[in-house]
Ligand binder design. Structure first.
Ligand SMILES: [Zn+2]
Length: 309
């Protein structure tokens, strides 16, 4: 039997915990409430208990990976802070959890985990480079380059939602103006439409509502512009659209493909595939984190014999 890996997706409301094999085959999973207000140790204890219960059925995992909302300090192995986990400041999260589980424990940005999951077990299988956009409340991003996750100098790479589209645009929570997520996130679509959520806006557009279609076009245009700019730097084989709004399906996908095509050098565009994510949204976070732990635990054995990362 091959190795098993434990993955954890720590969100503001729920923690999703699962066990998979090294190809992403799902063996077991559970969701528990985060209750982050009780503090990190309480949440970590309940996560570890739930993980032990899954592993009683699946067998023991070799390593654990956690997908977390940033910013992370990978060098100090701390979660600096997280908007959806109030009061969690400079938490030595992987060590707290690793102490309870007794296996090597890693953390990574949640959108990076989603990108890695699509690369190993989703639509990106067989590619060597992909760029993933998570289109939800905000916009996250993850980069796989030459078969490895690209996290940048200290873990800050892939913030695709904060690419500046218009320096005079609407203010963003990051402190800048006119970031991509002010135009192409589910929040931006819902705000501009003003009659419901992003999903309702897409449904209305498909049903022939011209106002809703204009909002979809506006968001798709911005996303296509962001993607076209990114491709001039990275020219990845594949661009993956993930998150709640990507699940709106072919309407957004077709508009984004057309928008990117118009803005890219034709010879380059021919070699870029733009696809919807395949790993289900409920599994994307924990599965990608588990598969990232599978990657890290071997790299760690080779490159970092004395200290955990
Ligand atoms: Zn921003």
């Amino acid at each position: 039997m091959g190795d098993l890996f434990l993955g954890i997706d720590l969100g503001g409301t729920n923690v999703k915990i699962g066990v998979c094999d090294d190809a992403g085959g799902i063996k077991g999973r559970v969701s528990i409430p985060s209750q982050a207000d009780r503090g990190p140790q309480d949440t970590v204890n309940r996560m570890a208990d739930a993980a032990e219960m899954i592993m009683e059925n699946t067998g023991r995992a070799r390593a654990c990976g956690s997908g977390l909302p940033g910013p992370l300090d990978l060098e100090r192995r701390t979660l600096s802070r997280a908007n959806n986990l109030p009061g969690w400041i400079k938490v030595p999260y992987p060590d707290l959890l690793g102490k309870r589980l007794g296996i090597p424990t890693f953390m990574e940005n949640d959108a990076n985990c989603a990108a890695w999951g699509e690369y190993i077990a989703g639509v990106g299988r067989g590619t060597q480079s992909l760029v993933l956009y998570t289109l939800g409340t905000g916009i996250g991003g993850g980069l796989v380059i030459n078969g490895d996750l690209w996290v940048g100098a200290s873990g800050g790479a892939g913030e695709l939602g904060h690419m500046t589209m218009d320096p005079d645009g609407p203010p963003c929570a990051c402190g800048q103006n006119g970031c991509l997520e002010q135009y192409a996130s589910a929040t931006a679509v819902a705000t501009r439409w003003g009659k419901g959520g992003a999903r309702e806006c897409f449904d209305a557009a498909r049903a022939g509502d011209a106002g809703a279609m204009a909002v979809v076009d506006w968001a798709a245009d911005a996303l296509a512009l962001g993607i076209a700019n990114m491709t001039r730097v990275l020219h990845p084989e594949m661009i993956v659209l993930a998150g709640g709004m990507a699940q709106a399906g072919t309407l957004l996908l077709e508009k984004v493909r057309e928008g990117v095509r118009k803005r890219c050098f034709p010879a380059f565009f021919e070699r870029i595939r733009i696809e919807i994510s395949q790993v289900s949204g409920d599994d994307a976070g924990w599965l990608g984190a588990a598969l990232w732990a599978a990657r890290k635990v071997d790299a760690h054995a080779i490159r970092e014999p004395t200290g955990l990362r």
